[in-house]
Ligand binder design. Structure first.
Ligand SMILES: [Zn+2]
Ligand SMILES: [Zn+2]
Ligand SMILES: [Zn+2]
Length: 146
């Protein structure tokens, strides 16, 4: 398999990914603010688990290597895997299962492997509840909605 965009650099120029179609709206959001742009739609939401009100707690270790924290939870089957900076088990899970939606317990961002992009969990209706659940698990209070 080809190396996925230099495994150690977290910023592999996300702009190149989105400078294609439906981009103009997205640019309005993130332009100039210097943070990674998140998509406000995704074609893969049908694969979300039907019960996202119950997800494993943030301190759940990776189901493969027991890495203790900063893991990802698969939003399709709710298994927990480590990041591409640890042993890449989330990525491996995606490659083996095609479950493409994952939520990071380190910053609560949602990543779609198929879109190869972050998703805006506060804008995308289907993701809002699980983002809120994860936030409450992590911080013990409801997220401040913007
Ligand atoms: Zn997607
Ligand atoms: Zn792992
Ligand atoms: Zn899964």
């Amino acid at each position: 398999m080809a190396e996925k965009a230099g495994s150690s650099s977290s910023t592999s120029n996300p702009l190149t990914l989105i400078i294609e179609d439906e981009v103009e709206e997205e640019l309005l959001y993130g332009a100039g603010s210097g943070w990674v742009q998140a998509l406000t739609s995704c074609d893969h939401l049908a694969s979300l688990s039907s019960d996202l009100a119950h997800i494993p707690p943030p301190q759940t270790p990776c189901s493969q290597c027991q890495n203790p924290k900063e893991n990802w939870v698969c939003l399709c089957c709710k298994d927990v895997f480590c990041s591409r900076f640890v042993n890449k088990h989330m990525l491996q899970h995606y490659e083996q299962s095609t479950h493409c939606l994952a939520l990071s317990y380190s910053d609560l961002s949602v990543w779609c492997f198929s879109c190869d992009a972050y998703l805006d969990a506060q804008v995308i209706q289907e993701l809002r509840p699980v983002h809120e659940v994860a936030y409450i698990l992590k911080f013990g209070e409801a997220p401040p909605f913007r």
